[in-house]
Design a protein around this ligand. Sequence first.
Ligand SMILES: C[S@@+](CC[C@H](N)C(=O)[O-])C[C@H]1O[C@@H](n2cnc3c(N)ncnc32)[C@H](O)[C@@H]1O
Length: 739
Amino acid sequence: MDWDDLNFAHIPIGVLSQVYESFSHQWDEEQAQETSVHYTPRTLARILVDEAFSGVDNRAEAVVLDPACGAGVFLVLAFRRLVHEHWKKVGNRPDTRAIQRILYRQLRGFEISESALRLSALALYITAIEVNGTQRPPRSLKFPRPLRGEVLFDFGHDNSDGKRGFVLGSLGDQVPAALNGTFDIVVTNPPWTRLRAGRNEVDGPKLVTEINAEFTAISRRALKARRWLGTADEYENPDHNPDFPFLWRATEWVRPGGLIAMALPARIILKQAGKGKEARDTLLRAVTVTGILNGSDLEKTPVWPNMDLPFMLLFARNAVPKPDHTFHFVTPIRENRLSSIGQFRVDYKSAEMVSVQEVIDKPWLLKALAVGTTLDVDVIERLPHNSVREFWRTEHLYSGEGYHLGAGLKQYPADHLVQLRDLEIPENGFGVPDDLEVWGVRHQRRTAHMPRNSKLYQPPLAIVPQAQGENRATPKAFLSLASALAFSQSFYGFSAAGAEQGDVISALIYLLVHSSLFQHFCLMRSSRQGASYRTILKEDIEGFPFQDPRKLPSEVRARILNLAQSLERNEQPWDEIDKLVFEICGLDEHDEVVVRDTVTYCGPYRSVRERAESPITPDISKSFCEYLEAMMQPLFGLTDQRVVVQPVDQDPGWGIPAWQFVTVAMSNRGSTNWRGFLTKITAEANKTGASRVVVRIPQGGGLLIGIINQQRFWTRSRAWLCSLHIEQNHLNAFPVEAK
Ligand SMILES: C[S@@+](CC[C@H](N)C(=O)[O-])C[C@H]1O[C@@H](n2cnc3c(N)ncnc32)[C@H](O)[C@@H]1O
């Protein structure tokens, strides 16, 4: 690299971090992957640093640590911020000595990579010069001592003998205990790449399981030091991930009441069960989380280039929270126009206050709010509690993943499979194809690594593919009422063999999985859907509500069988299926609206996102106005007033308007010409990144509401939320008229 090509007067923050990431991956891809070399984009790093500072009282004196500093993007931002805070506090621009004092006393970075530390040092030197108003004579800018050992620390020597893979680094014993409790802020993007058995174990300095045991020990030690209500001894580090240990270690480095701000994987909030959920619950109980910005909808966009995992930003205060603690949960939605230039909008419905206790009680809550709104949460809460899992258990029925051939792995006899027809997904239609080959012929074998129990394949049987596809054009399940059928591990099977009226039971599973409500349920609750994966888990089907169909009226049972047959014949009776499932689950027509809107506009698929962002049609605007009007009218019934919601015509100017408007007024108000005014409102609204503006019309003229011209904001659910907003905040825009 020729440094002469670079003009350091014009190098923006973050460039050196990018240099570091690209070079690390070019030099040694495997090591860069294993130690998580991914720089944090400047916008996200700045949010973390700014928010962390806003939580500290004596900002000019704050001492800041990044324990995995890479090429120093957080340190540089914190350095600039500290210089700014000193200036504000003292009233004069800090001189060379003051700047150097900040650098040597208030900033600390830990790393395991020598090259990263060199780039960090360079970035800090450049910043020190850049923020200095008196750059002449250059001699005066000389730094008194090297940064290494005083500001920047290399904790990678346990890796210096050429061994590769993950090292404990900042988490290990080399970091002096005397540093504990000395920082006001720990801001970082720690490594989050899960350690994998196999590759790391061959090359790595330690067995992955050994490192994980150390992760657990570090976490327990940090937890023991806290006065919280949980037991540290039961804590286990989830899934060999290094991120949680960094978080727990941060609680030791930060002084009590100090701030922790971290970029982390969004899996932390998406996990529904097991150690992942327990670790999240422990986090919520042991530190005061003040906010989470959930970036899971922004994965694989230029908001964070080259980052393929869903991410989140966590803000927490180093103190045990009060039992009724609540925090901000913010999920920016993905808009291609913005995310393609690395930006995002925080929509008014993307920010919620959630209580710690609720998140612990309802492990799906953050996932549901990440995808939908509080209306979706209400739907989920009102679903019946009996589940497929419970039904299968009490009826002693069989279910499971299909056979695993595992060529090359240990084999077991599969005689029960040899003569069965073997399921393949048909190109068209929703029924089991007639021309399936027999398993033994298709695979030319009599053994499998996991042949499974023969009960799994017995009819009546519903078989659900793990990959559910983007839309209703692809089958979500298959039904075999009369003959046994083999299916591979890409399917989950639910056999009702032996149960009374097993055909109705299987047919109901077949229909449930094809319903919008099931799609909605997976979007809200599946830890798979929406986060990198597009598949469902068996637990998603098992968690779905299930009423014993034998207890339903005979007319409903007949409908179940008829609809299942009709779908198998490819007649696609979607509305009837949805209606039946809503009915069985006891949901009303408003819930139906919420479910349909969310499924139509909030899925993790490109086709869904494109639809969500496309401009509204006159029909969509009409349906929004009608629904809003219908929701608001009951508020005016008592006073005998009638409310009217109408779209506002805009200048037929150039192109598609970025905003569309409606008025909400009493029926006896005359119409107004808004045209000039709309241009002004649009200009103001665009500056703020708002997605909705509400303007009060003087003299009881009601409201003018502007909404971004994207279909996702014009659904009936949004109209409902809008009516709730008006009811809570703007009812006095509609004075009661004297008769
Ligand atoms: C995800 S990167 C973030 C870098 C930097 N914070 C940024 O955003 O540009 C993680 C960094 O942690 C370093 N690292 C990995 N394991 C570490 C460990 N055990 N202790 C300290 N640093 C580590 C890697 O070398 C890498 O630079």
